[in-house]
Design a protein around this ligand. Structure first.
Ligand code: URP
Ligand code: ZN
Ligand code: ZN
Ligand code: ZN
Length: 484
């Protein structure tokens, strides 16, 4: 047959347009997009449905030890299943280097973990130890095998690199066409706040939010961007949680710095009041950067709608509310001893669709860009994120009208709570395909363990990013190639 599968009669949504039409799939690839296609061994009726590129989750912690050594509740099997139920066809979790570890060992470890995935996967490499051989040999080797994004931390004592370490990473990444991602919070501000709060006995979960002020994020975002500008390197700011941070990103990117950024549903949906729930319930809402106020929610929605952010990502960091996760250090502990992070990989797209598209804050085209197409461009996923001939048949078919109440058991993860529990959500991904294979259909998992494949990624797509030349330090012009 001409096609293995034809998705027929839906509204095809891309980052640029909506159009009624059919999608023809052969050997895992999209081979035709037309007003009507006949044939196909299998025909999927998409009448009344929206046919869009499968989500690409670009920020998730899966089978990863946290900065304080707690293993996430989700591995590549449960994490990928939850992602698939949330409309994702692929994801890019983190492979995290512990200090002293070689990058080759890190990637071998995550190759073994990733082999269980039901959807295609790649990794961003977290670097905590940029020793000379890491910079000169190990990162270039990682890049060679298609790991084209590195992540660094400005906070957490065991992760944070200092400004010099960041400049080293930014420069190596730039030279190879990789992009550096950064968790931007001022470590000393946070530690100083922790000390002051502890001295007063203020250790309940709600003080977690107090301990990580908006200024700590704004200062670090600004500093990270100036570091990137000094060496004219691309930089991706993860989980922006403040209006001030978003405004710095916006100003700098439209002044020519190669800046990319994301925010996350939790900063749009929840507030610091959730940390003040009775008993230790608030621990479920501890993440970094912390939840903010309702004024921040409105401001971040404005930035989502007006182009400040390339992506909305989940930052799925699943630690159960028991002694294996949040409370590994005990149930009655001060907030600094509670694991940071919350789950939400299955909620990212349903939340963004419901509160964004259905409520008229963003267009369906923006939804596609924020959930898939921009991540593909930023992180070099050459055959993903678009519905066009030649692309992988990574497709989600959404019913835009189904309304449901969020329940933990529908997340299909290994967690014991969902921070989105009880929310009313309109719009559901009914069918999800990865390389032409149905992985989820009508609430049923169709994929087998290990069906996902690792995908090598290309350099970051810098088109439309003019770059920034610091007048007094233009390494190429003033010092010759040696200093680059
Ligand atoms: O609190 C969070 N987001 N935990 C995950 C680790 C990180 O900061 O990315
Ligand atoms: Zn048709
Ligand atoms: Zn982070
Ligand atoms: Zn994270």
């Amino acid at each position: 047959a001409d096609f293995d599968t034809v998705i027929h009669g839906g509204t095809i949504a891309t980052a640029d347009y909506l159009a009624k039409g059919d999608v023809g799939i052969k050997d895992g690839r999209i081979v035709a997009v037309a007003e009507h296609l006949s044939g196909g061994d299998q025909r999927i009726d998409a009448g009344g449905r929206i046919v869009m590129p499968g989500g690409i989750e670009a920020h998730a912690h899966i089978a990863q030890e946290s900065s304080s050594g707690v293993m996430t509740a989700d591995d590549y099997l449960s994490g990928s299943i939850s992602a698939a139920f949330g409309g994702n066809s692929s994801f890019i979790p983190f492979a995290a280097q512990q200090r002293g570890q070689s990058v080759d060992d890190v990637l071998a470890t995550y190759d073994a973990r990733g082999a269980r995935s039901v959807i295609d996967y790649s990794y961003h490499l977290i670097i905590s130890d940029p020793r000379p051989e890491v910079l000169t040999d190990e990162l270039p080797r990682a890049f060679q095998r298609g790991v084209t994004s590195f992540k660094v931390f400005m906070t957490y004592d065991l992760m944070n690199l200092g400004d010099g370490g960041m400049l080293d990473i930014l420069t190596v990444a730039r030279d190879h066409g990789a992009i550096t991602m950064v968790h931007a919070e001022n470590n000393d501000m946070v530690k100083w706040m922790n000390k002051r709060l502890a001295a007063r006995g203020l250790t309940a979960p709600k003080y977690h939010a107090i301990s990580r002020p908006q200024l700590a994020e704004e200062e670090a975002i600004n500093r990270a961007i100036q570091l990137a500008k000094l060496v004219d390197a691309p930089l991706f700011i993860v989980h922006v949680s403040t209006e001030g941070g978003a405004e710095i990103v916006r100003r700098e990117k439209f002044n020519g710095a190669k800046i990319y950024a994301e925010t996350c549903p939790q900063y749009l949906a929840l507030t610091r009041n959730d940390l003040d729930r009775p008993g230790m319930e608030g621990a479920k809402y501890i993440c970094s950067p912390p939840l903010r106020g309702t004024d921040t929610q409105e401001a971040l929605w404005h930035h989502v709608a007006h182009g400040t952010f390339e992506s909305v990502s989940s930052d799925h960091a699943p630690y159960r509310a028991d002694e294996t996760g949040k409370f590994l250090n005990g149930f009655d502990v001060p907030y600094p001893k509670i694991a940071n992070g919350m789950p939400g990989i299955a909620m990212r797209l349903p939340y963004l669709f419901s509160e964004g598209v259905v409520k008229g804050r963003i267009t369906p085209e923006q939804f596609v860009a924020l959930s898939s197409t921009n991540a593909a461009k930023t992180f070099g996923c050459a055959t993903k994120g678009r519905i066009a001939p030649g692309m992988d048949a990574d497709i989600a078919i959404w019913n835009p009208e189904t309304t449901r109440t969020v329940r933990q058991q529908d997340q299909h993860d290994n967690m014991d709570y969902s921070p989105f529990e009880g929310m009313q959500i309109t719009g559901v991904p009914e069918v999800v395909l990865n390389r032409g294979a149905k992985i989820v259909q009508d609430g049923v998992l169709k994929a087998a363990e290990g069906q996902g494949r690792f995908f090598a990624r290309q350099p970051v797509d810098l088109r439309g990013k003019p770059g920034f030349k610091v007048p007094e330090f233009n390494p190429a012009q003033n010092f010759g190639a040696d200093l680059r």
